[in-house]
Design a binder for this molecule. Sequence first.
Ligand code: ATP
Ligand code: MG
Length: 406
Amino acid sequence: MLYDQIVLRYGDLTVKGKNRNRFEKRMLEQVKQSLCAFEHITYFKSFGRLYVKLNGNPYEPVANRLKDLFGIVTLSPVVSAEPDLEKIRAAALELMLSLPETPATFKVSAKRAWKKFPHTSQEMNHLVGGHVLRAMPELKVNVNKPDVELRVDIQEEATYLFYEIIPAAGGFPYASNGKAMLLLSGGIDSPVAGWMALRKGLELEAVHFHSYPFTSDKAKEKVIELAKRLSYFSGEPLKLHLVPFTEIQTTLAAAKSDNLIITLMRRAMLRITEQLAERSGANGIVTGESLGQVASQTLPSMNVIGRAAELPLLKPLVMMDKQEIINVAERIGTFETSILPYEDCCTLFLPKSPSTNPNLRIVEKVESLIPQYYELLNAATEGTEVLVLTPGSQTAIQAAGEDSWF
Ligand code: ATP
Ligand code: MG
């Protein structure tokens, strides 16, 4: 097997000063966790990088998993050699001969990070390049725009040879920037918002409101599927809170303020989510709202809805177009699940003309007249079920009281 290691680069993380150590430690844990299915892999940490030693594992499945992990900016499959000229030359030639198609042009870019190595970077370009050219006479050198740039990174512990620099997911490692609750519907937007929040290093717990029996088990399964997909990206189990919302919805519907019902529902959702956040130690709420998309997502609506919450509301999609959001959904593999046609609790109660400009005073007045409004919210919080999901998990539903952290 040609490649014996994969090098992971953190990019931005290296400029984060004293946070760097914390991020790098977190990153190593994440990488280990996500590769736990592969045996014999070992790790070597160096400044701003992590070397994953394959020890006989095939390169592709390992690289594919790492490409989706947040905090890694680029990765490269590498061949390592002892820092010895002849060994480096042999490895360089082996790598060039292994290319799927022989390129017309190439160049060697050596970098001598380990200053005790006897040849300078410039000398190495010639010493290695010349060796390759003698064995592959059809190749030409092109220093400005080569088809293949063979990089030779001379470090103290080894010399690493590679030519590919593959973009990875970027962002920050999971749970390195605090914790938030994700309002997860079965739609296209909120899973994308969740992915973007994970990418920023937020630890997430998902919250879904269902109106059983108005919404079906299929609708719930769809949300579970989406949550599982998100847990693949976090590399850790994801908690999904399933909140019974039927009674609240029917009570709100009875308030006979049809055009405000979505506003009222969203405010109730935020209040319940804050109660769950308090128990989970979360410091924010992530939603999939995007400005102007529907009546409840005009700025005046967002204002009145947002007043119900004290925690910061994080809306990663707020300035994105629908098509951009769909593109991400397709890329992260949530789109196909999101477009399955099962009812969401909110669409069921959708009025003919939902308000795009609700009046805060009126909304507060309507809420104050709803009998036992806060008792209903508390009951929904208490009745919440929690699922702990992993990408391939069978799902077991727990009652709220059974969870040890509750
Ligand atoms: P999505 O595609 O995420 O459903 P949307 O464009 O359909 O979004 P809305 O239905 O207005 O917009 O919902 C706005 C946001 O409110 C959602 O992105 C999600 O974060 C939250 N939300 C809506 N319905 C639910 C629900 N049943 N459970 C949890 N969160 C919800
Ligand atoms: Mg929706």
